[in-house]
Design a protein around this ligand. Structure first.
Ligand code: IPD
Ligand code: CA
Ligand code: CA
Length: 266
């Protein structure tokens, strides 16, 4: 794969994210059409689908031989046939979007042969565009991000979404994360995985802990974390498999090892 490819893919990903932001702003001028998927807490809106369609059409016009793994599943083909796959969450944080019209984002990652090469996480309400390109760094609105800093757990601000996860409650993980809330400066629950990962890359959060995320939730944020110099693995320390559901431990390198050790099953 040539360097020029990832630059061009990254440029198109940024364009898609910005256009998606404009579409969302326009659609918010009308009442939202909200539907439940599997339960009353699993929402989708007409905006999620319109954004995925816009992003998909824009990608396929430029790259008809690429595949798309999008949360709303508008690209119906089997993505294992494609060398280059765009992993798209048209709106991450849909519940926030429906209730607050803020604290949501668009996440797009461009992956080639199972490795993400460029990624965008865009928060249109704050006009914050997080961008990463493999081996070229991570940026917030073109300002380079570096997660390296000296800190202790006492000084750390953490974030998680595991408290209501039944497996986390049964395994004791939920209790451990509550203990971490007491051992650190505090715990936040934002409900927008891609943005929380971007915030770890930016040093606004020092760790993010989650179970059972889908590839579209974490793909963009994962590359941002790696390129900022922070760490991201499964909760057991293993690498995150491409295109599969995964737990996530994303952290500032200063506290990653102690979090990994603390969270491992007794
Ligand atoms: C959700 C958010 C949330 C996470 C859930 C995801 P959605 O994505 O990222 O933070 O805890 O697991 O499903 O449905 O808003 O795109
Ligand atoms: Ca999501
Ligand atoms: Ca979504």
């Amino acid at each position: 794969m040539q360097n020029t490819n990832k630059k061009e893919w990254g440029k198109l990903a940024r364009h898609c994210a910005k256009e998606a932001g404009k579409l969302i702003t326009r659609m918010l001028e009308q009442p939202l059409e909200v539907m439940c998927k599997t339960s009353a807490s699993d929402l989708v809106t007409s905006v999620d689908r319109a954004v995925e369609k816009l992003v998909m059409d824009t990608i396929l016009e430029a790259y008809p031989d690429h595949g798309i793994l999008g949360e709303e599943g508008l690209f119906a083909e089997d993505i294992s046939r494609f060398d280059t796959v765009w992993v798209v969450d048209p709106i991450d944080g849909t519940t926030n979007f429906v209730h607050q019209q803020q604290n949501y984002c668009i996440s797009i990652a461009v992956c080639h042969q199972g490795r993400c090469e460029a990624a965008v996480v865009y928060d249109p309400t704050r006009e914050e565009l997080f961008y990463a390109e493999r081996e070229a760094g991570a940026f917030l609105n073109d300002v380079p991000l570096a997660a390296h800093r000296t800190m202790t757990m006492e000084q750390a601000l953490l974030s998680s979404s595991i408290f209501w996860n039944s497996r986390a409650m049964e395994s004791g993980l939920s209790e451990k994360v509550q203990q971490l809330a007491r051992a650190s400066r505090g715990m936040r629950v934002y409900g927008v995985a891609a943005l929380e990962l971007a915030y770890v890359a930016a040093g606004r959060l020092d760790a993010y802990i989650s179970m059972s995320l889908n590839p579209w939730d974490y793909a963009g944020g994962k590359l941002l974390i790696e390129e900022s110099g922070a760490r991201v693995t499964r909760l057991n320390g293993e690498p995150i498999p491409f295109g599969e559901k995964s737990s996530i431990l994303a952290a500032n390198p200063a506290i990653y090892d102690s979090l990994l050790d603390f969270l491992k099953p007794d």
